[in-house]
Each structure stands twice: as C-alpha cells, then as structure tokens.
Write a protein that binds this ligand. Structure first.
Ligand code: MF3
Ligand code: CO
Ligand code: CO
Length: 253
C-alpha cells in the first residue's frame, strides 16, 4: 500500500477532524477524576463526537465495542471502557480517541493523572510526553522516518524506561490505519524512507517503567505490560509541510 500523501485542501479537513478530537479531550478532561468509570469516559466521548457531527473511528473497528480506548496503569494500549473499571486515586490513564469527520480521520491520545500519583509515575508520563514532542519537532521533508525512533530513544532510554515494540504509529487520513508504519525505536530499515510534504501519520510512543514485553487479555484487545509495571503513551496526528510538521490534533481555533 502507498503511504498517505495529502494535498493542502485535505490538510484543511484533517485540521477540522483533529480540532474535534482536541476539543473532545478538553470537554472530558474536567470530568476525569477518582470514582468515575472508564465507561463514563466512553459515554462522554460518544456524546461529544455525535454533537460535533463526527463519529468514532474505533467503534466497530475489527469489532472494537467502544468509542475510545482507556488504558489504565499497566495497560499499554487498547483498554476497553467498562462501567466496572472505576478510576481511583493514584491511577494514570491514557484515553485514545480517533474521530472521522467529513471522510478524514484524526487520532490522538492523552494521559490523565487521578489525584496524587507517585513521583515515578508522573515522571513516566512526562518523559512519554517529551518523547512524542521531541519526535514531532524533528519531522520535516527529507528527514528519514527512522529519525523518529532515534529521537524517542534519545529522550527515553537515559531514564531507564523501555519503549514498546509491539505497536506502531501509522499513516492516517482517509483511513485510520495506513502506510507508513512509524516505529518508536530506531530501525535502520527506515533510514532510506524520507518524509515528504503531504505525508500524514501518527507518533504515539508507549513508554514502560519496566520491561518492553506485553501480554494480551482474554478480551483480545487489552495489551498490558508482561511484568505489571506502569505504561504511558501520548499521541498526535501530524502532517509534513515544506517547513516541518504541523500537529492536527491540537485546537486550531
Ligand atoms: N487509536 C488507536 C491507534 O492509535 C487505534 C484504536 S483501534 C481500536 O492507532 F479498535 F482499538 F479502537
Ligand atoms: Co494511532
Ligand atoms: Co490512537
């Protein structure tokens, strides 16, 4: 499959989809605290997307039953929102949400801290955020895709944290998951693939406090760290321009 390379008029649509995702996070953020369930988060997301004229790209994707992913503590990715999954003080949670608006998809995830989490957990969340932003900042035409993983390693590894290798970033646009794959660790097989204007993809590093291995729950979706240690992730959808990268999944206006 060819990578997703989009025209300036498509970038406007991606901005519009990304803006809905960003504003959905801003809408749910004040309500995310101890005592609510991840099912409550899913209902807020569903309501916001509906009222925005968008739909969840995740709902029904390969049978996924909810509108967003909610990954608490040792869950790396793809946690399924549930009314019995109640947030408690000290939890860290990733909410990952992908919306389709007027035929274009935008994908982003953010971490939320529930009450007072231990300093080590806060540091993990901060380092994951720094890694995503550092990787976005080096994106520009002519830069090899492998530089994304190199930059993430440069930020993460000195802290003794690990980078999940089982899940990757991805091209996105008219479909949610497209070429190219974006590795969050350096792999020389991407040294020769250079970014070009119009390329649109996600950067979504998953950073673990312990080892990088994962296991999948019986539900077939929930991916946890094999050793039970905490995991944190942030994600943005970005587009390559002549000057660098723009982030679609931040509020635009
Ligand atoms: N948003 C996820 C990603 O970053 C994909 C979720 S697909 C789902 O690629 F089915 F698990 F929701
Ligand atoms: Co993604
Ligand atoms: Co996502």
């Amino acid at each position: 499959m060819l990578p997703s390379v989009y025209a300036p008029k498509d970038f406007k649509r991606l901005r519009a989809a990304g803006d809905i995702v960003a504003r959905c996070f801003d809408f749910i953020a004040p309500h995310i605290h101890s005592g609510i369930s991840t099912g409550d988060i899913d209902r807020m997301v569903a309501e916001f997307l509906k009222s925005s004229g968008a739909r969840s790209s995740s709902f029904g994707y390969k049978g996924f039953p909810k509108h967003c992913c909610t990954s608490v503590n040792d869950v790396i990715v793809h946690g399924i929102p549930s009314d019995t999954d109640i947030l408690k003080n000290g939890d860290i949670i990733n909410v990952d949400l992908t919306a389709e608006y007027k035929g274009f998809h935008a994908d982003s995830s953010r971490m939320f801290i529930i009450g007072d989490a231990p300093p080590a957990a806060l540091k993990l969340v901060q380092v994951a955020h720094d890694a995503m932003n550092a990787a976005i900042s080096i994106c520009a035409p002519g830069v090899p895709l492998s530089e994304i993983g190199r930059e993430i390693e440069r930020i993460v590894l000195p802290h003794g944290f690990t980078i999940s290798r089982d899940f990757v970033g991805h091209g996105i646009g008219k479909v949610m998951h497209d070429e190219p794959q974006i590795y969050h660790f350096h792999d020389k097989k991407f040294d020769k693939i250079k970014m070009v204007p119009g390329l649109v993809f996600t950067i979504e590093p998953m950073i673990n406090m312990g080892g990088d291995k994962c296991k999948i729950d019986a539900d077939g979706w929930t991916a946890r760290t094999a050793d039970g240690c905490l995991s944190a992730q942030w994600e943005h959808t970005v587009g390559i321009t002549e000057d660098g990268a723009i982030i679609f999944t931040e509020p635009q206006f």
